[in-house]
Design a binder for this molecule. Structure first.
Ligand SMILES: *Cc1c(COP(=O)(O)O)cnc(C)c1O
Length: 467
């Protein structure tokens, strides 16, 4: 399996290469040269198998011969061994033919653990194989940071630096990052927005000297290896509801477009999918782009679902590349327009290639609260504000009632107790393993929204052996 950049000017790499590179050297994102396929018989053979088994079968399609089957098998098994639910990603029924896919049973209570627990172990495997080290730098709107830190903490061959927008992540999210006490974990609070953090991250990766000096690697969902483990739960949940004999729909609370892109990959591989519903909060660039063709940046508005407070959805570039028949020159041109003019128009022909699959909708702050309250009233279940955005939009973009609708529950409600309390008048409790989170000591450095200052901090705190 080989990978190409969406901008066409970076080396073609294998899976290990894209894992360690993160962003492609031409600023583009890596995608498989050809989509692997899952036949109907293979999909049927996954029915009833354990989650790690299916995960191994799917992930191995993307890793090719870069990792032996036995090594991959043990990575996948140990990645999910400590999840709080034996099924890893169980389904719960929300209403008639509407289901919640619970993706928050990992160590940091958000769906990002599903991919990052695998990723941390893959890093270890490849770095040890080549007796080398890496410096992982990531930007987070809240959940990536803690999930990445949890996956990398204590690993000998990697240090991790996580940038988060100061004051714009929830207290639980911040404490999950800043209270991890191992020497290889570094938190940086940036005086700016998530988009500022992400822009600095991209600039660091585009600085070849800095990148090579520190052996930089990225864990944001621009890293192709993040997308792959997310394909798995689309497959397992569809099979549980009758797939591949029936097509199912998914509603995905979306920010950086990584999670819903994994659904697109599952569909490309052969999973029958009726609709992929892209659910936005008030930061609705994805909904505007998909419904009107106008992809245009505005300012970021802080919302109750902060992990989706994003304007520049990096992974959308992967879909643009597909929509334009994998024309890298054209994709690079669109991204130049975005950088220079804060937007671009998607042509009707290109949009038509994905419009029957992708549907999109926006959920306001009021609706988010109302949805948490309504779900609690009707079912007794407590959902988090990101999941609520998915549920609200799913109800409007449902399509045929006989098609199962699966809304991805991307975070545990205890991660966002303030929003939940506003909706139902009670604060959800943290699971036992995090019960003392508010007593733990925090470690974090605040820096201005200034690239040279951040780079200098990273350079001076990365272990000397990487330099
Ligand atoms: C990251 C995140 C999202 C958005 O996922 P993307 O892959 O960035 O679209 C949604 N909900 C929660 C809870 C998240 O942590």
């Amino acid at each position: 399996m080989r990978y190409v950049s969406t901008r066409g000017r970076a080396p073609i790499l294998d899976f290990e290469g894209v894992l360690l590179a993160g962003l492609a050297s031409d600023g583009g994102l890596y995608v498989p040269q050809r989509w692997p396929s899952l036949t109907r018989e293979e999909l049927l053979s996954f029915r009833g198998r354990d989650y790690p088994d299916v995960a191994h079968a799917i992930i191995s399609r993307f890793t090719g011969d870069t990792i032996e089957p036995s090594a991959l098998r043990s990575i996948v098994s140990s990645a999910y061994a400590d999840f709080g639910h034996a099924a890893v990603a169980p389904l719960a029924q929300l209403g008639s033919n509407h289901w919640l896919l619970e993706l928050f049973h990992g160590p940091t209570l958000a769906f990002k653990d599903v991919a990052l627990q695998v990723l941390g172990r893959l890093y270890d495997h490849f770095l040890e194989l080549h007796d080398t080290r890496t410096t992982i730098v990531g930007a987070t709107s809240g959940d990536t940071g803690s999930a990445a830190i949890e996956a990398i903490k204590g690993r000998e061959r990697a240090s991790i630096f996580i940038l988060h927008p100061a004051g714009r992540v929830s207290e639980v999210q911040r404490r999950q990052m800043t209270t991890v006490e191992t020497g290889n974990v570094h938190n940086i609070a940036v005086d700016g927005t998530f988009d500022d953090c992400q822009a600095m991250l991209k600039a660091m990766f585009n600085d070849a000297e800095f990148r090579d000096e520190l052996r930089l690697s990225g864990v944001n969902s621009i890293n192709w290896a993040r997308i792959v483990p997310q394909v798995v739960y689309y497959v397992t949940s569809a099979l549980a509801l009758g797939g591949p004999d029936v097509a199912v729909s998914f509603s995905v609370p979306s920010g950086n477009f990584g999670d819903v892109f994994a659904g697109f990959v599952a569909q490309r591989m052969g999973l029958p999918v009726d609709r992929l519903v892209v659910a936005s909060n008030e930061n609705d660039i994805l909904t505007r782009a998909l419904t009107t063709g106008d992809h245009r940046l505005t300012d970021v508005t802080p919302t109750l679902s902060p992990s989706m407070d994003i304007q520049v959805s990096s992974n959308f570039e992967r879909l643009l590349f597909e929509m334009h028949d994998r024309d890298a020159e054209y994709t690079a041109g669109l991204m130049r327009q975005l950088a220079e003019h804060r937007g671009f128009r998607i042509g009707d022909d290109a949009a038509a290639t994905v419009q029957s699959l992708f549907h999109a909708g926006r959920c306001t702050e009021t609706e988010t609260i109302e949805t948490i309250a309504a779900v609690h009233r009707d079912t007794g279940m407590v959902i988090d504000p990101h999941t609520a955005v998915g549920v609200a939009v799913a109800k409007r973009q449902r399509g045929a009632r006989e098609t199962p609708m699966i809304t991805l529950a991307t975070a545990h409600p205890a991660k966002f107790p303030d929003a939940v309390e506003r909706a139902i008048g009670a604060r959800p409790a943290l699971p036992d393993r995090l019960a003392d989170l508010h007593e733990r000591e925090e470690r974090c450095t605040t820096l201005p929204n200034d690239l040279p200052a951040v780079m200098e901090h990273i350079r001076s705190h990365a272990p000397a052996s990487t330099a």
